[in-house]
Design a protein. Structure first.
Length: 220
């Protein structure tokens, strides 16, 4: 388009140099505006997924302490010292002590007491009893046969009195059980007493053969 006449003239004539300068100024202004825009409105940068905030690490024990299954040995033991000692009673001694140590803690044995029945070198255990001066016990003999309460023991080969014998004594006779022994007592209660051993044959269950086996063991 042709320029108007009032715009024509040396004042509005632009050389290529002026155009380059104006272009540079315009470009610098745009760059400054863009820089100012990004500086005043920063965009928040979200944390990437799986990020975490650093902090002080917490030390965790590798494994919890397990209770010990092995019982601890006692530090001291308690021993009951009785008999002929100066201070009988309970003695508290260190674990592993000997009998001699425990006796010394109890004041020692009385004068003249025989200690040969004790093993003075033996280690004591918790809760045991030590009797000082007790006579040595020999091997146990055969047990004494028990007798029913209220009855006296009958010596061997001694005939039983039919008039004073108890049910237990009659039951102990050879071939006599509790039933026949009760029949013998019933006959005695009915007739008063036995005058001879032959009267046993009047009791049901006592025949001639059984009477011959009972005759050496009974009397009137």
């Amino acid at each position: 388009m042709p320029l108007p006449d009032r715009l024509k003239g040396p004042l509005w004539t632009l050389s290529p140099r002026h155009v380059v300068v104006l272009a540079l100024i315009l470009l610098a202004g745009l760059l400054w505006a863009a820089f100012a825009l990004f500086r005043t409105n920063p965009e928040p940068i979200p944390n990437p997924p799986g990020s975490f905030t650093s902090g002080t690490p917490v030390a965790t024990p590798s494994s919890a302490p397990q209770p010990s299954s092995t019982p601890k040995s006692p530090v001291t033991v308690v021993v009951d010292v009785a008999g002929k000692v100066r201070r009988p009673g309970l003695v508290h001694a260190p674990a592993g002590s000997r009998v001699a140590d425990v006796l010394a803690a109890a004041g020692g044995a009385l004068p003249g007491v025989d200690l040969t029945t004790l093993n003075l070198a033996r280690q004591v255990t918790d809760g045991e009893q030590i009797i000082v001066g007790a006579p040595a016990t020999g091997p146990a003999g055969p047990p004494t046969p028990a007798h029913p309460a209220g009855t006296a023991a009958t010596p061997a080969n001694t005939p039983i009195d039919l008039n004073t014998a108890t049910l237990a004594q009659l039951d102990s006779l050879p071939g006599v059980g509790p039933v026949l022994a009760q029949r013998i007592l019933d006959w005695r209660n009915e007739h008063g007493r036995f005058t001879t051993t032959d009267e046993l044959q009047e009791i049901p269950g006592v025949g001639p053969k059984k009477y011959e086996s009972l005759k050496p063991h009974v009397r009137t």
